[in-house]
Every structure is written in C-alpha cells, then in structure tokens.
Write a protein that binds this ligand. Sequence first.
Ligand code: ADP
Length: 261
Amino acid sequence: PPPRPMMTPEKSLKYRVKHTILIMSGKGGVGKSTVAANLAVALAGKNLNVGLLDADINGPDDPKMLGIENEKVYGDEKGIIPAKTKYNVDVISMGLIIPRETAVIWRGSLRHKAIQQFLEDVIWDGKDILVVDLPPGTGDEPLSICQLIPNADGIVIVITPQDVALNDAVKAIDFASKVKIPVIGLIENMSGFICPHCGKETDIFKSGGGKKLAEQYNINFLGKIPIIPEIVEDSDKGIPAAAENEFARKFFDDVAENIIK
Ligand code: ADP
C-alpha cells in the first residue's frame, strides 16, 4: 500500500481533544491499566467528556475492566466510533477489534500503524480528556507512541513501592524527560493495605517511597492507591472500582482531582 500521509492538521488530536494524558509504568504488572481505566472513570465522574485509548496492543485489558469486552467497534464515513461504557468513558482498544485470546503477532511497525489509526481515525472530537494507556515499560513501543503524540499535556507515571527500590520508577522519569513530554506526576499503586475490619494499615510492599521519589525529582505526587483485594475481582467482572467500590473511589477521585489541578 502507498505510505500513509503525515497527519493532517484536522486529524491532529490537538484540534479535536482538549487534553491528552499518557499513563505509563517502568515495567509491567504495577497496575498501570487498572489505574488508567479507573482514572478515566473517575475523571468522567467529574463531568468531563473522557476517552480511553488502550495503546497496549499485546495486552489490551481495558475493555474487560470496563465491562465491554464483548463489544466491537464500527466505523462509518466519518471514522471509527469508539465503544461506549456505562461509565461515560468511550474506549478504543485492540481488544474490541480482535478476539481477546488471539495473540497479535505483529512487528513494531504494524503495531505503530494501529495506534496511529486509533489516534487519527477514531472520532475523539469534543473530548475534554483522552487518557492513553501506554504499553508497559520504557522500550521502543511506548517511545514510538509518545512520538505520535508530541502535544500530549503530560505523562502520569504509575509505580509500586517496590519499584522505587528497583529503579524502575526512576527509569520512567528518565523516559519522560527524553521524550520531552512533561511529567504530570507519580501515582503509587499497591501502596499498603488498609484492613477493612480494624482500619490498620500494613505496608505489604512498603509504602511512601513514591512520595519521596517525587520530592527528589521535583515532580508532583498525585496520590496513592492501596492494595484493595476487590479491585482484582471487580476488574475481572468488568466493574471499575472507581465507580462501584466506595472505599476505592475516594483514592481514584483524589488522584483525578490532582490531575485536573
Ligand atoms: P499493568 O497494566 O501494569 O500490567 P494491571 O493493571 O493489569 O497491571 O494489574 C495487574 C494485576 O494487579 C491485576 O490483576 C489487577 O487487578 C491487580 N491490581 C492492580 N492494582 C491493584 C490494587 N491497587 N489493589 C489490588 N490489586 C490491584
């Protein structure tokens, strides 16, 4: 096929979406997708028109977490119509295009083109915020996606307390400075466990390192999300904790509030 033309101004997100934020992590498994999906829900709860772009082509978990894994997306002459959730978040994800069990064995350039289409051809027009859930880590793929969105407002870095010790969090901060996109701030996920019976907090993976790290690098600390066992179960059922779990909601709400600030 002929090469795809460069993004034309009308296709550029800059003219169609008020704000774009990228959610990244230094490595997989820290809860980046969980935070991205729940944050999108929390932002929508603040009367914002929110889109969620799942840029993780190999592990597209966002549709499942938002209860739309059996939906499919369609297009018309104007573009691709993102899937709607009952949480007022519109979603595009590879998981809405091919069956979830199918491994997407695509080379980088093909994955890059898919993301480019998710950015340019999806009808995001009028969104207040587009939340982009980046693939995990600081490798080639998140890098090439960031280059597709040079005007993004900023990057939100999700870490777990043990990453601080392992320097994965520092790598993510370094990545953001290399792609020249401002860091909006850090979120410490799986930060301690608050006993639902007695209210006592236990630092299973330690906690507080994110805040210290943020101070050290002079970036905002956006808040922490404790280990909440219901998050695992609810995510699997397609129920975002930020909408349905009162205890979890306040943490996601606080983070959303700090991002809007
Ligand atoms: P990533 O996108 O970084 O690979 P996921 O969002 O898929 O990570 O989360 C990994 C696992 O951890 C999932 O099973 C998810 O439900 C769980 N999880 C994430 N955050 C929390 C939390 N705060 N409390 C409990 N479980 C969590």
